[in-house]
Design a protein. Structure first.
Length: 79
């Protein structure tokens, strides 16, 4: 991961933001509150956005594990 932020590497039901790939392989940030999110060109850009949205609280961001598809508001298992 090419980011300066240390985020959760384990899927967490408590984190507000989840960073992962969508079905097309793009990097996505999904907000559990369904307020913000987006599609990004890199993992680092997605993480940066999510951490900034939660005022620098990196513990509010987790990385979806491989095999989990992340959409803007929906989490799906498999690709």
């Amino acid at each position: 991961m090419g980011s300066m932020y240390q985020i959760r590497q384990q899927f967490s039901g408590q984190a507000r933001f989840v960073v992962g790939r969508d079905r097309r392989g793009r990097w996505v940030v999904s907000d559990r509150r369904e307020r913000v999110g987006g599609v990004f060109t890199s993992e680092a850009a997605a993480i940066h956005f999510a951490v900034e949205e939660c005022n620098g609280h990196a513990e509010e961001v987790c990385r979806a594990p491989e095999g989990i598809t992340v959409d803007l508001a929906i989490f799906r298992r498999g690709r």
